[in-house]
Design a protein around this ligand. Structure first.
Ligand code: HEM
Length: 125
């Protein structure tokens, strides 16, 4: 798979995760197990693919502290998504707190990871 194809697949995976996330909320509580599983699995596959993409891009560029900071912010956002998602599903966190984290983290993940990929591509060309 080329770098461009990985970027497209990772974007589609992110979009699908968000769409299925809203579908999960609209299906009511308790969460529908099937939709919840699809949401988790697409998220996991997207994270793995994006991780491989970032590792490939990193190999081709010189060390850049700004890009590393963006990638670390992306990793923290993704961890926050997985932890808040898991805690929301078992009800081990006040709903408003879990919800706030699960709404803010996709935005910060998208911005930090998207910008890091953009900057790495610019350096490669
Ligand atoms: C790339 C990773 C992920 C993204 C971008 C993402 C995004 C979203 C979005 C946009 C929503 C609907 C709006 C909201 O409440 O935030 C949602 C809902 C939800 N997601 Fe995720 N999610 C991700 C991973 C996960 C994972 C790994 C889990 C479980 C372990 C999870 C569990 C949930 C739950 C339980 C809801 C319903 C929240 C509610 O009732 O308000 N999510 N997700």
């Amino acid at each position: 798979m080329s770098i461009e194809q990985k970027i497209i697949c990772s974007g589609i995976g992110f979009l699908l995760t968000v769409i299925v996330g809203f579908w999960l909320i609209n299906s009511g509580k308790p969460y529908n197990t099937g939709i919840f599983t699809v949401h988790k699995l697409i998220a996991l596959a997207t994270v793995i693919l994006t991780g491989i993409l970032i590792a490939n891009l990193l190999k081709g560029i010189k060390f850049d502290i700004f890009i590393i900071i963006l990638i670390i912010m992306g990793i923290i956002s993704v961890l926050a998504l997985f932890i808040s998602g898991a805690l929301l599903s078992v009800g081990n966190i006040p709903y408003s707190v879990g919800k706030a984290i699960h709404v803010i983290a996709p935005i910060s993940a998208f911005i930090s990871i998207g910008l890091s990929i953009f900057l790495m591509l610019k350096k490669l060309r």
